[in-house]
Ligand binder design. Structure first.
Ligand SMILES: *Cc1c(COP(=O)(O)O)cnc(C)c1O
Length: 226
């Protein structure tokens, strides 16, 4: 039986029961209704990941005791709304975006935890920072007062075979450890967000402690409304 033939509740309970200690689940909720998100929260989800600011605005009333992570591509004109809603932005991929988050957080007296999105496959069509540029970006934005770098996030190439992603996850973990060992002031390398429904087992083996799971919880995605 395919995972999406089980209910949301059973999917969440099964995943949570199988995750190793120290690994947190992010329920990737894009295109899902507030009711579906509530069902996942009722079943034990503690972090909801949203790709779209507008969907998060519509859904956030369902989860007062959960954390909201932004996991999509953040356009600078959406930053103002995003910083008011999210508890973490996992997809910082430029100094410009980091400065815009910092500026808007400064205005509301908030310090935003952020992850740097790494384009670990070096794919031209994907967002994220290339391996060779990540450390420079971290150094460049580490002094911003209203953001706090807490780790790295990557998608990795999606090929249909999770094993194909292993080398990219391993390399991202290596970079994560290297940045951690630099002792750059003002950052705290805590989170490594890697792995989706098809690849999270491999990602965990390679050191992920945040996994972002969508279809494995909610089933196939609803028609994209945005
Ligand atoms: C949709 C999405 C996921 C979840 O993907 P699934 O294959 O449905 O588990 C994870 N991360 C990001 C950034 C996404 O956009």
């Amino acid at each position: 039986m395919a995972e999406n033939e089980l209910g949301i509740k059973q999917n969440v309970e099964k995943i949570l029961s199988e995750l190793p200690a120290g690994v947190e689940l992010v329920a990737a909720a894009k295109t899902k209704t507030p009711e579906e998100i509530r069902e996942a929260i009722d079943a034990g989800v503690k972090i909801v990941g949203e790709n779209y600011v507008q969907e998060a605005i519509e859904a956030r009333n369902v989860g007062r005791n959960v954390r909201w992570h932004f996991i999509g591509h953040l356009q600078t004109n959406k930053v103002k709304k995003a910083v008011g809603i999210f508890d973490m932005i996992e997809t910082v991929d430029s100094a410009e975006l980091a400065r815009e988050i910092d500026r808007n957080c400064g205005k509301i007296g908030k310090i935003m935890p952020v992850l740097i999105e790494v384009n670990s496959g070096g794919e031209p069509q994907k967002y994220g920072v290339l391996f060779k540029d990540v450390l420079d970006l971290v150094k460049e934005i580490s002094g911003l007062k209203s953001i706090k770098i807490e780790g790295l996030m990557t998608m990795g190439p999606v090929t249909g075979n999770a094993e194909d992603a292993r080398a990219y996850f391993a390399r991202t973990k290596k970079l994560f450890d290297e940045i951690k060992s630099t002792g750059i002031m003002g950052i705290e390398m805590k989170y490594l967000s890697m792995g989706m429904t098809a690849s999270y087992h491999v990602a965990i083996e390679e050191g992920a402690n945040l996994v972002r799971i969508g279809t494995g919880i909610f089933g196939e995605r609803n028609q994209l409304a945005l």
